[in-house]
Design a binder for this molecule. Structure first.
Ligand code: FAD
Length: 317
């Protein structure tokens, strides 16, 4: 089923998850061990799997010279999505990104997905990892997420990159990302929301937000989006803070603010950071549900237990 159909049919907020593929050489059984627990506890309607651009690194060669090496540390998004569909019968949502991929590679990936019976995609730009330098840019890559949304919608009309007579139209439901605290490159929130509206006008059927820890940022964002004429579901993305290291890495990597109340609680009791993070997410999730959100989308990077603790609490309410 398409993600938008899940939301359309839902009678209560949908609980969904986002996972990342293991690092190259990592065991897929670890992912299944996590997902087995998630599926047993919740049985989500869909599971997102992130995509990762290649990274450029400089590596020393045996003769002492330096060589620029481009490699993808986390391949396997499409394979993992197929495995999720096969193992659990749950709709997988692969993320497709612009960064590090040509339009033709994106088209190839979409053809693979179509053949596998996977008809949902989250269209994302990705961030510059240096690998794009190796690509000849002249129109061969998608610059922004909207360009990828347009490419997918073209395929949904049977328009591939080259003219193909009687090409079979694909049937993808496309989601995109939104930023309650504004994307870091955007000059202001309204400007960013106008760009988001463009993605919706190009065919995005729902929005998943960047993580946030202050619900007022999400509520303000949704109000502004509605004011700009965005009517599609805006699903809050939630991460559970579980280590004191997150106090630095989350704001640095995701350009978000942590509320004073949360940081003060952790400063006063760093040994209990995991419990504080879970309690915070429980409060956040409950308030979001009480305010009629379409769903709660949890980012689980490794251990799903903190998210399962939050959901267990919600199920008792
Ligand atoms: P875009 O929508 O392209 O926007 C990027 C910036 O460009 C914004 O500031 C926007 O306002 C601006 N902009 C848009 N259009 C134009 C235009 N025409 N002219 C000028 N400026 C414009 N990263 C990964 O690598 N893999 C993932 O799987 C992944 N999944 C994610 C899932 C979610 C829910 C979220 C919120 C983020 C995810 N990211 C992922 C991170 C994402 O790649 C970064 O946040 C990236 O910087 C922006 O991606 P985007 O799709 O929002 O970009």
């Amino acid at each position: 089923m398409k993600v938008i159909e899940h939301y359309d049919k839902a009678t209560e907020p949908l609980i969904s998850f986002e996972i990342i593929p293991p690092k190259r050489g990592g065991a897929v059984s670890d992912v299944f061990e996590s997902l087995d627990r998630v599926v047993e506890a919740v049985r989500p309607p869909f599971i997102d799997v992130t995509y990762h651009a290649a990274e450029a690194t400089v590596e020393e060669q045996p003769d002492g010279s330096l060589k620029r090496v481009i490699r993808r540390k986390r391949p396997g998004t499409i394979g993992l999505c197929a495995a999720i569909l096969h193992r659990y019968g749950i709709d997988p949502v692969p993320h497709l990104i612009c960064e590090g991929f040509t339009k033709e590679e994106s088209e190839d990936a979409l053809i693979e997905l179509n053949y596998l019976g996977i008809h949902n995609v989250l269209a994302i730009r990705g961030d510059n990892t240096g690998s794009q330098i190796s690509l000849n840019l002249n129109g061969t890559v998608n610059k922004y997420a909207i360009d990828l949304v347009r490419q997918i919608q073209n395929m949904n009309r049977g328009e591939y990159l080259e003219d193909i007579i009687n090409a079979e139209p694909t049937n993808f439901c496309v989601g995109v990302a939104g930023y309650p605290e504004k994307h870091f490159e955007a000059p202001n929130l309204d400007w960013d929301i106008k760009k988001l509206k463009d993605k919706v006008d190009a065919g995005a059927e729902y929005i998943v937000t960047q993580m946030f820890f202050d619900n007022s940022a999400y509520f303000r964002f949704v109000e502004k989006c509605r004011g700009h004429g965005i009517t599609v579901p805006i699903v809050p993305g939630l991460k559970i803070l579980t280590t004191t290291g997150h106090l630095k890495t989350l704001p640095k990597n995701f350009y978000l603010n942590l509320p004073d109340e949360l940081t003060e609680q952790i400063d006063a009791n760093p040994d209990h950071v995991k419990q504080i993070g879970v309690d915070w997410a429980q409060k956040q999730s409950l308030e979001l549900m009480e305010n009629g959100v379409p769903g709660l989308h949890y980012y689980i990077m490794g251990d799903p237990q903190p998210a399962l603790d939050v959901i267990g609490y919600l199920q008792k309410k």
